[in-house]
Design a protein around this ligand. Structure first.
Ligand SMILES: O=C(O)CCC(=O)C(=O)O
Length: 416
């Protein structure tokens, strides 16, 4: 059938149905018109046949071959409409997540499922007002030591830049049809788009993801998506602001830890952007948007546009990071845990989905430069507090820990 909204039906085996308005034929027609009103099927072709002799039998078989459905009673009519509906749902415009139940390959083993979705929202992770004149370093250190997480408000990034970035990313994800290529985009080297990528246990994650390198901007920008056409300009503007904000936060961490001034100045880069689109899910207790993980970064900055879903672990319990409009969530990554000799905590986190809300997030990873040697800062190591970590070059660490899963090599190449 060319036109998907057309249903071809053959009513068969009603006696004398072609001759005049036989009552059961009328009932069939009323039934069909009724179904048409309540579905988006706009065209039904009805043919009526009596089964009984060979000629009718052959014609019926031929019509069936052409895509006609044989109906004998009202239940069959209902089923035909339902089947057509399912077909229409699976048509080329339908997205992978438009499903009434969660497919099995999205459901991890019981122990890896989100389980209790009534996790409390953490009201004690610091929400730090960066416009305050003093006390910022202490608050940032407290959040980084106790939770590995804090949020910042009044950070100085104009709201328009945040809205533009979210809008252009939403457009990007909206444009990815059923057949959009996934994985590393060949002529773009480091730009990676995935739909329902895999968790470590091989089940699918309930998200779409876009990743690309960001440093130095002028060398990376041509690797990014060029549709929507505003993408490169809008995201470059966003990243310039993230660079400024992250440097400011790292300077305060530097001061709080008592490291030499400018410790991170020439050794940190906003290296990678990873944007996530988590559509609503029929049963969020069964599947995950993003499985539990630690960040390999120094720090990560997440803009979540006020939407919930991000959780971190505290004393063995998953806690929701509060959804504050215009705030940035900042978390400590593994590299900063090493440099601080575990004074600051890199904490496991994950994303759960929602039945009604879509989450769009922009994570930016501030990493050491690839050649940087990572080890606990000398001033933080002494006889009482010996070094807890071996020395390693950052790029070796990324390789050894397979930091970006299947895309580790592609991302390392793109960042070189
Ligand atoms: O907040 C999100 O949606 C995910 C952030 C994150 O943990 C990541 O991208 O690694």
């Amino acid at each position: 059938m060319e036109n998907k909204s057309q249903l071809n039906i053959i009513i068969y085996e009603t006696s004398n149905l072609i001759k005049g308005l036989h009552v059961s034929y009328c009932i069939y027609l009323v039934n069909i018109v009724w179904h048409m009103q309540y579905t988006n099927v706009d065209d039904v072709v009805v043919s009526a046949y009596q089964l009984g002799h060979l000629y009718s039998f052959i014609v019926l078989k031929l019509l069936q071959f052409e895509g006609y459905k044989l109906v004998k009673n009202s239940k069959d009519i209902f089923m035909s409409f339902r089947d057509l509906h399912m077909e229409m749902k699976e048509d080329k415009d339908a997205r992978w997540f438009e499903l009434e139940c969660v497919p099995e390959d999205y459901i991890p083993l019981k122990e890896n499922r989100p389980q209790n979705l009534d996790s409390p929202v953490c009201d004690s992770i610091p929400v730090i007002d960066l416009a305050k004149p003093n006390g910022l370093v202490e608050e940032i250190l407290k959040g980084s030591q106790e939770f590995g997480f804090f949020q910042v408000i009044n950070h100085g990034i104009p709201e328009k830049i945040l809205i533009d970035a979210m809008n252009v990313l939403k457009e990007f994800f909206d444009m990815q049809g059923k057949n959009a290529p996934t994985g590393t985009i060949p002529d773009k080297k480091g730009y990676i788009y995935t739909r329902s990528d895999f968790a470590d246990d091989g089940t699918n994650l309930w998200r779409e993801n876009l990743k690309h390198p960001c440093h130095p901007l002028e060398r990376c920008i041509h690797l990014w998506p060029d549709t929507p056409t505003r993408y490169q300009e809008v995201i470059a503007t966003y990243l310039v602001e993230i660079q400024k904000l992250s440097s400011r936060i790292l300077e305060m961490i530097d001061e709080g830890l008592g490291l030499e001034q400018g410790h991170f100045k020439n050794t940190s880069e906003v290296q990678l952007l990873s944007s996530n689109f988590y559509p609503p899910c029929a049963d969020p207790s069964l599947t995950l948007g993003l499985s539990p993980h630690f960040d390999t970064s120094l720090i990560s900055l997440v803009y979540q546009g006020g939407s919930p879903g991000l959780q971190f672990i505290k004393d063995g319990q998953w806690i929701n990071v509060g959804a504050i409009p215009n705030a940035f969530v900042v978390n400590i990554g593994n590299q900063l845990e090493i440099i601080s000799n575990k004074k600051l905590k890199s904490v496991q986190h994950r994303v759960v989905t929602s039945t009604h809300a879509t989450r769009l997030s922009i994570a930016t990873f501030v990493n050491p430069s690839l050649d940087c040697i990572i080890e606990p800062a000398k001033v933080l190591v002494n006889e009482l507090e010996p070094s807890l970590y071996p020395t390693s070059q950052y790029k070796d660490y990324v390789q050894r820990t397979n930091a970006f899963g299947a895309y580790t090599a592609a991302i390392l190449n793109a960042m070189r």
